[in-house]
Design a protein around this ligand. Structure first.
Ligand code: GLU
Length: 466
C-alpha cells in the first residue's frame, strides 16, 4: 500500500502552531513511507471561511517548507460529489430522508433532556413510510447508523477506542438545502483522494466514529487514524494567545527560523531517544507514528528560542544578511543601503554567534545602519567617562595608522593598551560604546573593520568630543 496522508485545515483564521505540527507530522509520515502528502482546504463553512485565511495557511505552510505533492483540493468545489454519495447511500438503504422541522428537532431534544436522556435524534423517520411526509418541507438525508454493536477505531496513537452504537444517533449527511455536512464531506473527500492515513488533532477523535460509519455504509476501505494530543501552554491549559505566539506567521515575525520551528514541533509530541536537533532529512528517516506520545505536550518558548539560536549559528551568512536587511529597512531611523549590507556581511560571523532570533540579530546589527550622532544606551554612556573620551581621542590616531584589517587593528589595540598600562577591556569597552552606542558587540577588531576606516574613526572622534 502506498501511503497517502493529508493535512486538512479549515480556513477560518490563522495557521495555529498545533495545525502546523499536524501538517508536519503528515508530511514526515508520508515521506518516511515513500508516499504522498496532500493538502485539502476545508472551506465548506462559507460564512467562516475566508480567502485571506486560506492565503495565510498556504503562506505559513510554504514558509515552513511543508508543501503538498499535488495542488490543494478545495472542499467547497466538491459539494455535488458529496450530494451524489448521500444519494447513493439513500439508494442503497443506508440513509433515509428525514422531514423533521427545526421546531420538531428542538422539542425532541427538550423532551430527551427532561427525561434525563442524551439529546439525540430519535430516529423518527428511520423506518417511517415517506408517504407520510408533510407537504412543503424539504427533507434532510440522515445516515442509517447501526443500532447494535459498537464502532471500533484502532488508533495509531490512542490505541483501540470504541463506542457503543447506541451512543451515536443518525447524523445528517445532506442538509435540507442540499449542502453536505462537514463530517460527511470529510469522508467523501478522504476516500476520493485515496487517503490511507488520517493523522489529526485528538479534538477530532469523537468525529471518527461517525466517519467510520459513513465508510461502512458505502463499503469503502477505512483509512488508519492517528489522533495527536493537543499542544498546551506551560500552565497545562490549551495553548492560546495569552501564552505567547500561537500563529505560524507570528513566530516568523518574532524572528524564528522555519527549520527551527519544524525541529521544535517535531520534538513536541514525538520522540526518538534524546536526539534534539534533527534536520528535515533526519526527521524523515526517523519519523513514524510509534514515536508519538499520548500525553498533551507543553509549549516551551524558552526551549524553542534556544533551539532557534542553534539554527541561527548554523545558518548561511548570506541568508541572515538578507533577512536582517529586510528588518533594518523597516526602521525609518536606519539606512539599509549597500554600505550597510557590506558591513553586515563582514560582521555576520560574529553577530550570529550571539543572536537567538532574527529580531535579536537585527537589534544587534542596527548600529551598522546608523548615522552620526549615534543614540547611546545608558550603559554605553556610562563607559564614556572624561578619561575614556580623552583616551579615544588619542586612540583614533593610532587606529588610523593601521591597515584597518581585523588582525592589524587587534595588534594596534593591544600595543596601545600595554603602552597606557590599561587592560584591553578598558580600551575596548569605551571604544565599543563609541562605535555601537551599546556595551555589546562582536570582537572589537572585527567591529572596527566592518564599519571601515572612515565611519569607525568618525564615530570614535564624535565620542571623544562630546
Ligand atoms: N478541518 C479540520 C480542522 O481544521 C480537520 C479535519 C480533519 O483533519 O479531518 O480542524
Amino acid at each position: 500500500m502506498t501511503v497517502r496522508a493529508r493535512f486538512a485545515p479549515s480556513p477560518t483564521g490563522m495557521l495555529h502552531i498545533g495545525g502546523a505540527r499536524t501538517a508536519l507530522f503528515n508530511l514526515l509520515f508520508a515521506r518516511h513511507h515513500g508516499g504522498t502528502f496532500l493538502l485539502r482546504i476545508e472551506d465548506t463553512d462559507r460564512e467562516r471561511s475566508t480567502p485571506e485565511a486560506t492565503q495565510v495557511i498556504l503562506e505559513g505552510l510554504d514558509w515552513l517548507g511543508i508543501r503538498p505533492d499535488e495542488p490543494p483540493v478545495f472542499q467547497s468545489t466538491r459539494a455535488a460529489r458529496h450530494a451524489e454519495v448521500a444519494y447513493a447511500m439513500l439508494a442503497a438503504g443506508r440513509a433515509y430522508r428525514c422531514w423533521c422541522t427545526p421546531d420538531e428537532l428542538r422539542r425532541m431534544r427538550e423532551e430527551a433532556i427532561a427525561e434525563g436522556r442524551p439529546p439525540r435524534y430519535n430516529g423518527y423517520w428511520r423506518d417511517r413510510d415517506p408517504a407520510e411526509a408533510p407537504a412543503g418541507v424539504a427533507p434532510a438525508i440522515r445516515l442509517k447508523a447501526p443500532r447494535e454493536g459498537e464502532t471500533v477505531v484502532d488508533d495509531l496513537v490512542q490505541g483501540t477506542v470504541r463506542v457503543a452504537n447506541t451512543e451515536l444517533d443518525d447524523m445528517i449527511i445532506l442538509r435540507s438545502d442540499g449542502t453536505p455536512t462537514y463530517l460527511h464531506a470529510v469522508v467523501v473527500d478522504d476516500h476520493d483522494m485515496g487517503i490511507t492515513h488520517v493523522i489529526r488533532g485528538d479534538d477530532h477523535l469523537t468525529n471518527t466514529f461517525r466517519q467510520v460509519q459513513v465508510y461502512q455504509a458505502m463499503g469503502w476501505h477505512i483509512p488508519r487514524f492517528g489522533h495527536l494530543p493537543l499542544i498546551h501552554g506551560a500552565d497545562g491549559a490549551k495553548l492560546s494567545k495569552r501564552h505567547g505566539a500561537v500563529s505560524v506567521l507570528e513566530f516568523r515575525e518574532q524572528g524564528f527560523l522555519p527549520e527551527a520551528i519544524c525541529n521544535y514541533l517535531l520534538r513536541l509530541g514525538w520522540g526518538h531517544g534524546d536526539v534534539e536537533v534533527l534536520d528535515r532529512a533526519e526527521a524523515i528517516r526517523l519519523f513514524d507514528t510509534d514515536g508519538i506520545g499520548r500525553a498533551p505536550s507543553r509549549m516551551d518558548y524558552a526551549k524553542l528560542t534556544h533551539l532557534n539560536g542553534i539554527y541561527m549559528r548554523q545558518a548561511d551568512d548570506a541568508r541572515l544578511v538578507a533577512e536582517t536587511m529586510q528588518r533594518l529597512a523597516r526602521d525609518p531611523a536606519l539606512v539599509a543601503d549597500a554600505t550597510t549590507e557590506a558591513r553586515l556581511a563582514a560582521l555576520m560571523p560574529g553577530l550570529k554567534e550571539r543572536a537567538r532570533t532574527l529580531v535579536e540579530l537585527a537589534d544587534s546589527a542596527a548600529f551598522l545602519a546608523r548615522c552620526l550622532p549615534l543614540p547611546m544606551a545608558p550603559k554605553a554612556e556610562a563607559l564614556l567617562t572624561p578619561e575614556a573620551r580623552a583616551m579615544l581621542a588619542e586612540l583614533a590616531g593610532v587606529l588610523d595608522a593601521t591597515d584597518f584589517t581585523a588582525p592589524g587593528l587587534d595588534a594596534a589595540l593591544r600595543a596601545f593598551a600595554e603602552a597606557k598600562g590599561l587592560k584591553l577591556g578598558q580600551v575596548a569597552q569605551p571604544l565599543r560604546a563609541a562605535l555601537t552606542g551599546s556595551n555589546t558587540s562582536p570582537g572589537i577588531d572585527a567591529t572596527l573593520a566592518a564599519l571601515g576606516r572612515g565611519e569607525a574613526l568618525a564615530r570614535v572622534r564624535a565620542a571623544a568630543q562630546t
